[in-house]
Design a protein. Structure first.
Length: 241
C-alpha cells in the first residue's frame, strides 16, 4: 500500500508541477490586463506562507487558499482571468505537505481520493486552455462561478483524508465533489461545445465507485463486529445467571 501511495504521489507531483509552470506563464501573460488582481494575489501568497508554517496533524490544517475570496462580497467577474477557472491552485502543495499522513491507509481509500482530486485539477487545467484560445470571454463567467463553488468541496475531501479516516465520511464528501464536478462538466460541454469533460468525469466516477465499495465493506465489517460483540456479551450474561 505504501508503494501505491508513493507511485500515485509521484504521478500527481509531476502533473501538478507541469500545470503550475503553465499557470505561472499564463498569469504573467495576463498581468497587464488584470491589475486589479494584485491585492488578491498578495493575500494568496501570504496565506500560502502561513499554511507552510503550520504543520500539525489536525484536520483544520488544510485550508483552501482561494476559497477565502468567496467570502468577499465585492467579488465581481467583470473580466474573466484564467485564474478564475482554477479549482484549487494550491492542491499540489497541500498534497505534498500532508502526504505522510496517508502511509497507513490500510483500506486503500486514499489512492482513489487522489485520483478524483487529480481529475479536478485536470478539469481546471483544460478549462484554462479553452479560455485562453476563446475570443468570447463573457461565456466563461458562469463557468468561473461554478468552478469557485467546487473549492470548498475539494477542501472537504482533503480534510476527510486526514487520519483517523472514516470511510463513510470520505464517501459522502467524495460524492458531493463528484456531483459538483458533474455540473461543471455539463456546463462546460454546453458552453464550449467540447466533449473532453465527460471523459474526466467518467474517470472520477470510476474511482468514486471503488471508494464507495470500500466504504460499504468497511461499514459491513463494523456492523458484524458490533453484532459479534453484542452476542458475546449476551452469552457471557447468560452464563452468569
Amino acid at each position: 500500500m505504501h508503494a501505491v501511495v508513493v507511485v500515485t504521489g509521484g504521478i500527481l507531483t509531476s502533473v501538478f508541477i507541469a500545470a503550475l509552470l503553465a499557470l505561472l506563464f499564463i498569469c504573467r501573460y495576463k498581468l497587464c490586463l488584470c491589475c486589479s488582481l494584485g491585492s488578491t494575489s498578495k493575500r494568496k501568497e501570504q496565506s500560502i506562507h502561513g499554511q507552510q508554517d503550520e504543520f500539525h496533524v489536525s484536520r483544520s490544517d488544510i485550508h483552501l487558499i482561494s476559497s477565502l475570496e468567496m467570502e468577499d462580497g465585492d467579488y465581481i467577474m467583470d473580466n474573466i482571468d484564467p485564474e478564475d477557472l482554477i479549482i484549487h491552485p494550491d492542491l499540489d502543495k497541500v498534497l505534498e505537505t500532508h502526504r505522510w499522513k496517508w502511509v497507513d491507509d490500510a483500506l486503500g481509500i486514499v489512492p482513489h481520493c487522489l485520483q478524483m482530486l487529480k481529475g479536478c485539477h485536470l478539469m481546471s487545467e483544460r478549462l484554462v486552455t479553452t479560455a485562453m484560445v476563446s475570443t468570447d470571454q463573457q461565456k466563461f463567467i458562469e463557468l468561473a462561478m461554478v468552478a469557485k463553488s467546487v473549492l470548498p468541496l475539494v477542501d472537504d475531501v482533503l480534510r476527510a483524508m486526514c487520519p483517523p479516516i472514516q470511510p463513510r465520511d470520505v464517501e459522502l464528501r467524495a460524492a458531493a465533489l463528484l456531483n459538483s464536478v458533474s455540473r461543471l462538466s455539463k456546463l462546460t460541454e454546453r458552453t464550449c461545445n467540447v466533449s473532453w469533460p465527460s471523459a474526466i468525469l467518467e474517470d472520477m466516477n470510476m474511482h468514486y465507485q471503488k471508494l464507495k465499495a470500500i466504504a460499504r465493506r468497511s461499514e459491513c465489517q463494523i456492523m458484524n463486529e458490533q453484532n459479534l460483540y453484542r452476542e458475546g456479551v449476551t452469552i457471557a450474561e447468560s452464563s452468569m445467571t
